[in-house]
Design a protein around this ligand. Structure first.
Ligand code: NCD
Length: 303
């Protein structure tokens, strides 16, 4: 039985196969409409979500399966003090596969060690978000036709942004990918990730200036400043509008640069950018459904 807790649980060959399946689903959805008939997905969300939870649920419905679950910790027995380990054992009695989001780093890992069905990490604290990464990779693959030979800029909250951590970890494994890490000093990537980049000899540059970075980028990955992970509101308020992408700032960008954002956005991308053909964030949300369909099939071992 395979879980997906960290993006590195999947080899690049497995990721490429998931992307191929997602593209096949997009080309011929009818072929997949009954694949999960009789199967149940449980979505256990201890933290707010729109895209991740609903795209998982839509994915399971489009495969002909059913869903159950909860969308806030308060409505589950967690509010009575039940442990994640016990919850995972219980849900294994009711569902064939679990997608869990939790505010504590490592909670989905604990669930996977106690569940008797596959567990998917749907975001754990400021740590990882592997299924968002799969959605990001499918988007890059569809837009660029490759996952190698790219300069990828990450901009915003690189410290707490779990989507950044997972995508960085995934992309270092592809050929000739280099990174430009754009953030205020206080929101730089965690030291353990920087050490990984150095150790692997991956090309990267850290800067505070989006303007300076812009002309070199093939992909610009914008992120929200993660308010819920700050210890103090004053720091959040000071940092929240560090970067705001506008059509004016895009003048120096490549004509075929792709703008990604895991969403939700707050202020960091002006709505005036939405009509720019380089804006891919709404397509990215749709891709999230297709790649989750592919992932559910893989973890349930359905061909
Ligand atoms: C992201 C998350 O939850 O980490 N959202 C998502 O799943 N698409 C990004 C965010 O909340 O900023």
């Amino acid at each position: 039985m395979q879980h997906l807790i960290d993006i590195l649980d999947l080899s690049t060959t497995e990721i490429d196969a998931l992307i191929a399946t997602a593209k096949d689903i997009i080309a011929d959805p009818a072929k997949y409409a009954e694949k999960c008939r009789g199967k149940k997905l449980a979505t256990l969300f201890y933290e707010p979500s729109t895209r991740t939870r609903l795209s998982f649920e839509a994915a399971m419905y489009e495969l002909g399966g059913n869903v159950l679950g909860f969308s806030e910790a308060q409505s589950s027995s967690a509010s009575k003090g039940e442990s994640v380990a016990d919850t995972a054992k219980i849900i294994s009695c009711y569902a064939d596969i679990i997608a869990m989001r939790h505010y504590k780093e490592g909670a989905p890992l604990v669930a996977s060690l106690n569940a008797s069905v596959p567990v998917i990490n749907a975001g754990d604290g400021g740590h990882n978000h592997p299924t968002q990464t799969l959605a990001d990779l499918l988007t890059i693959s569809r837009e660029k036709g490759r996952l190698s030979d790219l300069t990828v800029g990450f901009c915003g909250d690189l410290k707490f942004g779990r989507t950044v951590h997972s995508l960085l970890n995934a992309m270092v494994r592809y050929e000739n990918v280099r990174f430009v890490l754009i953030s205020p000093e206080e929101l730089e990537i965690p030291g353990y990730l920087r050490q990984e980049l150095v150790k692997k000899g991956v090309g990267f540059q850290e800067t505070q200036s989006l303007e300076d970075a812009m002309p070199s980028l093939d992909i610009l990955y914008m992120t929200r400043v993660q308010r819920e992970r700050f210890f103090n509101e004053a720091d959040y308020i000071r940092l929240k509008d560090s970067y705001v992408l506008t059509p004016e700032k895009l003048v120096s960008a490549k004509a075929d640069m792709n703008i990604l954002h895991p969403l939700p956005r707050v202020n960091e991308i002006s709505v005036r950018v939405d009509d720019d053909p380089r804006a891919c964030y709404f397509k990215q949300a749709l891709n999230g459904k297709y790649i989750r369909m592919a992932l559910i099939l893989k973890l349930l071992d359905i061909a």
